[in-house]
Ligand binder design. Structure first.
Ligand code: GLY
Ligand code: MN
Ligand code: MN
Length: 459
């Protein structure tokens, strides 16, 4: 964990945003996979990590704004538990690591909350995303689980989002460590991939590197010859000559900060001319987007610039036609690029997605409903301290071709005859991570191959 003062300072800042009441934070519990004692890998709630610095299951904490205190609620292990888990630091010791000096048994939380409610005090909480947390809110506050998200406190959400969105130097260093390990994962995959291997062979190797670095994966590995499926987590295919391989994988450090990179490379040692052409189109969109990253620029504009650059390139290859500005405005490019250019990254790989995209990515502004643009997770002007991904791609999805062609959609912008010849092409994504500084943006992590010739040199 960071030094205790880091967490104390964060809580003081958060508390200063409120006049009175309780701020209630529920840490995560162990979560059973198939029976109670066989649990999923434990992952603490990211806001709890950020504010309390405690990475253990079964914790909760209350900031009492009127009293200016933080109390952590958790139980010390009894001897029965120690037999199975070994000795762990005490609750008091763990709390002190996060600068918290007041602790109480887990069961005391209910009384604290119930008493505050009886006194008519405001009790603010964040939207729960795990059933255990929703049930706790139901028991303590009588909030029905179906209503728990909508009854979460918007001011608390906004205050937490604004703090977590602006990463400090300690956090950026930790994210950079995650990205460095992530680069190692990608270099290893590029070095080993060859016809005959299974996708699972690559997924296993990159997982090994993430674990050996002392942390974990920041999200389930995407390692596939079907890169056209955006979040394809199946690893059952054999690598075939002539196909592209897409690896989207990231490490999470022991402190739980994420990296998130995507590489696309040929299963063979070199790209085919057709693969090279599309790759260069995606790379041009990436370069144009990165060049436009300046503090104050709305990320939506960067996304749209990326879409126009992609579309110009695809027009040059005969896949698109007509007025490219109009094509992007109307969403025709979503035949090839169906998602957003990037997302915030930090303690979560899609940072703070549990707190709601309207605050994290849109500052409460309305979202587009257009296919493609509606999947843009980050639209707001970028500010110093923001960390995010830039990840343009071209994804040839046969089902989308068939649907739009049957509907005659965007015939003035799409050359369906040419598109048909790319049906089995797959997908290309180039993803990297950036931090905004006072005047510019910086790419995070060690260097890695980016152009087709740099990629081929590693194959
Ligand atoms: N790893 C999923 C993404 O790139 O957003
Ligand atoms: Mn990403
Ligand atoms: Mn990714």
């Amino acid at each position: 964990m960071f030094p205790a003062q880091t967490y104390t300072r964060r809580r003081e800042r958060l508390q200063a945003a409120f006049r009175d009441g309780l701020l209630l934070f529920l840490g995560n519990e162990e979560s059973p996979m198939n029976y109670a004692d066989n649990t999923f890998h434990f992952r603490q709630d990211s806001t709890f990590l950020y504010l309390m610095g405690v990475d253990q299951p079964g914790w909760a904490a209350v900031i009492d704004v009127d009293a200016g205190t933080t109390t952590a609620f958790a139980n010390d292990l009894d001897l029965d538990a120690i037999v199975w888990t070994g000795v762990l630091p005490t609750v008091a010791e763990l709390a002190r690591g996060g600068g918290i000096t007041r602790t109480a048994p887990a069961a005391a939380l209910g009384d604290v909350v119930t008493n505050a409610k009886a006194q008519g005090r405001t009790i603010r909480f964040l939207p729960p995303y795990r059933p255990e947390s929703a049930l706790k809110l139901f028991r303590m506050l009588g909030v029905h689980p179906d209503e728990a998200k909508s009854q979460a406190n918007v001011e608390l959400v906004r205050a937490v989002v604004e703090m977590r969105a602006h990463k400090d130097a300690e956090e950026i260093a930790e994210i950079e460590t995650a990205v460095d390990t992530t680069v190692d994962m990608h270099l290893a995959a590029m070095a080993m991939a060859k016809p005959g291997l299974l996708e699972a062979d690559i997924a296993a190797r990159v997982t090994e590197i993430a674990l050996a670095a002392g942390g974990n994966l920041s999200f389930p590995v995407i390692a596939t010859i079907h890169g056209e499926t955006l979040h394809n987590h199946s690893h059952t295919h054999r690598l075939e000559p002539g196909r592209l391989f897409l690896l989207d994988a990231g490490a999470e450090t022991a402190l739980h900060y994420a990296g998130d990179l995507t590489s696309t490379f040929p299963v063979d040692r070199s790209f085919t001319p057709r693969q090279k052409e599309i790759y260069d189109v995606v790379l041009a969109a990436h370069v144009a987007a990165v060049k436009a990253l300046t503090p104050g620029v709305p990320f939506r504009d960067v996304h749209l610039l990326g879409c126009r650059t992609l579309s110009e390139g695809l027009k040059g290859l005969g896949l698109m036609k007509g007025d490219i500005n109009a094509a992007v405005e109307q969403g025709a490019h979503a035949m090839f690029f169906q998602c957003g250019l990037g997302h915030m990254m930090g303690l979560d790989v899609h940072d703070m997605e549990d707190l709601g995209e309207q605050w994290v990515g849109y500052e409460g502004q309305p979202h587009s409903t257009q296919f493609g643009l509606k999947s843009l997770r980050l639209a707001r002007p970028i500010e110093p301290g923001f960390v995010f991904t830039v990840e343009p791609g071209v994804y040839i999805i046969p089902e989308l071709i068939d649907r739009w062609k049957a509907e005659g959609k965007f015939r003035e912008f799409l050359n369906y005859d040419t598109i048909e010849r790319y049906r089995d092409f797959g997908g290309i994504r180039i993803e990297e991570n950036f931090v905004v500084r006072e005047r510019d943006c910086r790419r995070l992590g060690k260097d890695r191959p980016r152009t087709t010739s740099e990629v081929e040199a590693l194959r």
